[in-house]
Design a protein around this ligand. Structure first.
Ligand code: PXG
Length: 459
């Protein structure tokens, strides 16, 4: 990169040539991108020299924080030794083999095999093909239907976006693809306030059973869900939800898939979200935190129930990507997972900063704008409301989340707005003192948003 290029110059080139993901191209071109030039630990710096606290870990991925030299060294070493070789033609590379072995150790015991991809979306495409292939090999090819949930996010490829329950995405491009259906999400504020959360968790899980029965259990291949919905706004299900989902999947013999792209690798204070919520998936999609985002890598952990069928009876599985098991990506993942182990980051979240963040969020719950404040490990969400007592939302035309996000942007804090939910997922290396700093910034931005709401008469 040419360090002498001005922000303005870079913004002009960006607007002229770069189509950003999930972006209104014209709107951004008019405004100009914020250009991020470097990072360390939990902080970013933009091209104007502003320091920003990254409470979103990049995009839910930089679990070990920025600037970890061990990951950089692993990439450089592997690039020199062997920058690429594929795993198609009866070949393998040491980093891919060693990562497969290490993943089988850090994941729950039913997982002894992995299929590598380049991203979470490709991982979920692999899940769709793999579960359908599994049932075909078992002589039940009619088991085609995969049940997912509204407001889930499972990626942006045709199958990933179909599994996802984002209506805006479905409208652009004729989705979902056939035989993918959605049930409602276990979001208590939206669907369950007349019940206790524990009662609601059972009710929400039973929506799965009702749908299975409506379709016919012999036609259903799998159920997929994120342990905690991330991009959907950090929707933390009641404790009763996942065990009941597990019971229902077991009852009808349906494969259970946990999308761990966000929840995996320590985010919830456990290695994987399914361990936090007490269920035993047959397949697990991962990406993001496997390399802390330093380099793209994803994949699917394949439980023995599925692996034995595919290996012992399946013959050739006609699926794969150029970068399945990319040696540089796998070398970085190895260094990343070893760092998580050495620095005991999962324990750090579980025993120390996770509970500390939960306490801090309890104090934010007292703010006039905050209707609910929830955390799970190092994920958190504040629901902004017009009236705390009744959880009455603001007029959607106000876009209160975007107002708050604007203040975060201007005050050196990256916090996401998903509708009226303000969400965070900071790097796992965050300290208590840094949580205090982050929460003080959040409080300031809430105060500024409240002042806007008062002066504009939105309250
Ligand atoms: N599953 C889950 C649960 C995800 O969060 C994917 C799959 C797809 O991964 P790839 O690597 O193909 O992007 C994701 C990705 C957001 C946001 O706005 C979230 C994601 C991606 C982009 C934006 O929160 N998650």
């Amino acid at each position: 990169m040419n360090a002498t290029r001005s922000t303005q110059d870079l913004q002009a080139a960006d607007a002229a040539h770069f189509l950003h993901p999930f972006t209104d191209f014209q709107g951004l071109a008019r405004k100009g991108s914020r250009i991020i030039t470097r990072a360390d630990n939990i902080y970013l710096w933009d091209s104007e020299g502003h320091q920003i606290l990254d409470a979103m870990s990049g995009l839910w991925c930089v679990n070990v924080g920025y600037g970890q030299q061990a990951l950089v060294d692993a990439a450089a070493r592997q690039m020199q030794q062997l920058p690429f070789y594929n795993a198609f033609f009866q070949t393998a590379t040491p980093p891919a083999i060693e990562l497969a072995e290490l993943l089988s150790q850090v994941t729950p015991p039913q997982f002894q095999h992995v299929f590598f991809t380049g991203s979470g979306s490709e991982g979920n495409d692999t899940v769709v093909r793999m579960v359908r292939r599994y049932w075909q090999v078992l002589g039940q090819p009619q088991r085609q239907v995969i049940i997912s949930r509204h407001n889930a996010y499972h990626g942006s490829t045709m199958a990933g976006a179909s599994l996802g329950g984002m209506s805006g995405m479905h409208e652009q491009g004729g989705l979902p693809i056939p035989n993918i259906v959605h049930i409602d999400q276990p979001y208590w504020v939206q669907h369950g306030r007349q019940m206790t959360p524990a009662e609601f968790g059972i009710v929400a899980a039973r929506w799965l059973e009702e749908r299975i029965l409506a379709i016919g259990p012999d036609k259903v291949a799998a159920f997929i869900g994120e342990p905690v919905q991330g991009a959907g706004g950090v929707i933390i299900p009641p404790e009763t939800y996942w065990p009941e989902v597990q019971r229902i999947c077991d009852k009808y013999g349906i494969l259970l898939v946990s999308d761990e792209v966000i929840c995996g690798f320590g985010r919830t204070g456990h290695w994987f979200g399914c361990e936090r919520f007490g269920f035993r998936p047959d397949l697990m999609t991962f990406a993001k935190g496997v390399t802390s985002g330093y380099i793209p890598l994803g994949g699917v952990m394949v439980g023995e129930r599925v692996a034995r069928v595919l290996i012992d009876q399946g013959g050739e599985f006609e699926h794969g990507f150029t970068y399945s098991g990319h040696p540089v990506a796998c070398a970085v993942a190895l260094a990343n997972i070893r760092l998580i182990q050495q620095q005991r980051l999962v324990e750090h979240v579980h025993d120390d900063v996770g509970p500390y963040l939960a306490k801090a969020f309890e104090s934010l719950a007292e703010h006039a704008l905050v209707g609910t404040a929830e955390t799970c490990g190092l994920m958190g969400a504040l629901l902004l409301v017009k009236d705390k007592a009744t959880l009455t939302p603001f007029d959607p035309a106000v876009s209160i989340g975007m107002v708050c996000r604007g203040h975060c942007f201007a005050n050196g804090l990256i916090m996401r707005a998903v509708g009226d939910r303000m969400i965070i997922a900071p790097p796992l290396v965050i300290t208590r003192a840094q949580i205090d700093e982050m929460v003080a910034l959040i409080r300031r931005c809430l105060d500024l948003t409240l002042a806007d709401a008062r002066s504009a008469g939105w309250l």
